[in-house]
Design a protein around this ligand. Structure first.
Ligand code: GUN
Ligand code: ZN
Length: 430
């Protein structure tokens, strides 16, 4: 048995701080410990007591640094790593000008493998231990991503992106090939090691109704798979969906009518929603994913966190790279805070940290498995330096309480704040 005890400040959640006062949801230990055994978290508690009870175990003492669950990025596009921060366009022009040309380059399996490796290494450097990614229409792009994750021991979720219209030559499939290739990849990867397959129609504008139906049929055959797509990100996109699907009651209905609305569905962005769509998302227990740096970068709009959480809808947090402008879930939490402020609701740091760990894990139906600093969870951890730059350090030095110490790192931190990362019970070499 391989065991290890990590010491430092610890932060765990026992409940969702959007549903109860945050004080009732968190456990913070000023001098805490996390006992890892065989890739799992065996115990979390006061550090000295854990040390006394496990005298034989190797110890790493992180001092004042904060040990949390590793961050979980619930929606991103690894193929877009090479074109992150591309200037001046809104969604549809941005897709055509920057995204599709870059995704075309992943037709080369060597480039796909290189991009997957770069993305996962960047994610780890930023304290993100699990990602849910779109791939491209190329099956080898899925093999590249899951293969790179397997080599790093990471739990990841991904799927082959399907598009059979409104995309350039070389990036289109058809209903049958999307079904066949997705089915083959699902059979190959779903449940292999730490991999989880997500059936992945890009969004209604790039799929015919026939293609959505084919993927809906595949999901019905494999109800334990996840399904990820985009929903109501920009006003122009919503209008376009209305033109393309005149028979649909609204955007979500294009998925609902084709078997693509369900509890294990993940709907990225979900900003410009009709009341009926909110009702249906709540009825079926589907999850939406908030991508705040993307929503400001591409100019999409202000996600209604308070309104959707009040309806009991599961919400994950995500970078949406390369529409998002950062690989950092710290920066992503900061953007979620800023969007909350613009909507008149200041998210508490406990809520932000919950979204970036437990909330994303819950959206991915991996609650208690990842994103959780508690016994039985997989041992994916981030160790965060709460004084990683001079600007943060001078503010942290004045903090009188833990949240006041943590918040400057949420607002101003980046990969420099990540002191160490553990994946599957082993420290990631840096
Ligand atoms: N909608 C459809 N495809 C995409 C994408 O790649 N990024 C974002 N942000 N929105 C999308
Ligand atoms: Zn996206």
């Amino acid at each position: 048995m391989s065991s290890h005890l990590l010491l430092g400040q610890t932060l765990s959640f026992i409940a969702d701080p959007f549903t109860l006062p945050w004080q009732d949801c968190v456990r913070h230990e000023r001098r805490g410990g996390v006992l890892i055994r065989d890739g799992l978290i065996a115990d979390v508690g006061p550090g000295d007591a854990l040390r006394a009870a496990n005298p034989e175990v190797a110890v790493t003492d992180y001092g004042d640094a904060l040990i949390t669950a590793g961050f979980v990025d619930a929606h991103m596009h690894y193929p877009q790593t090479g074109m992150i921060a591309s200037w001046g366009k809104r969604l549809i022009d941005w897709l055509n000008s920057y995204t599709f040309p870059e995704e075309m380059r992943l037709g080369d399996p060597a480039y796909a493998a290189e991009t997957a490796a770069t993305t996962l290494d960047l994610a780890l450097a930023h304290g993100t231990t699990s990602l849910c990614s779109f791939c491209t229409i190329h099956s080898h792009s899925v093999d590249a991503f899951f293969g790179a994750a397997e080599a790093r021991g990471m739990r990841t979720i991904a799927g082959r992106t399907a598009m059979d219209r409104n995309a350039p030559d070389g990036l289109r499939d058809d209903a049958q090939s999307a079904y066949d290739e997705s089915a083959a990849l699902l059979a190959k990867w779903h449940g292999r090691g730490r991999a989880v397959y997500a059936i992945t129609p890009r969004f209604s504008p790039t799929s015919t109704r026939e293609q959505l139906e084919a993927l809906g049929a595949l999901w019905a055959e494999h109800p334990d798979a996840l399904m990820q797509t985009h929903l109501s990100e920009q006003v122009d996109e919503v209008a376009w969906v209305r033109e393309l699907y005149p028979e649909a009651r609204d955007y979500l209905d294009t998925y609902e009518q084709t078997g693509l609305l369900g509890e294990r569905g993940l709907y990225g962005h979900a900003i410009h929603l009709e009341p009926r769509e909110i009702d249906r998302l709540a009825d079926v227990g589907a999850a939406v994913v908030h991508c705040p740096t993307s929503n400001t970068f591409i100019g999409s709009g202000l996600f209604d966190m308070a309104g959707l959480k009040a309806r009991g809808i599961s919400v994950g947090l995500a970078t949406d790279t390369g529409g998002g402008s950062s690989f950092s879930m710290l920066r992503t939490m900061a953007a979620a805070y800023e969007i909350g402020q613009l909507r008149g609701a200041a998210l508490h740091p406990a809520q932000l940290m919950w979204l970036a760990t437990e909330g994303s894990a819950k959206a991915l139906h991996l609650e208690g498995v990842i994103g959780h600093l508690g016994a039985g969870a997989e041992a994916d951890l981030a160790v965060i330096d709460l004084a990683s730059t001079p600007a943060i350090a001078q503010r942290a030095a004045r903090a009188e309480a833990f949240w006041e110490l943590l918040f400057p790192t949420i607002m101003m931190g980046d990969d420099r704040a990540i002191r160490a990362v553990w994946v599957n019970g082993a420290e990631v070499p840096r």
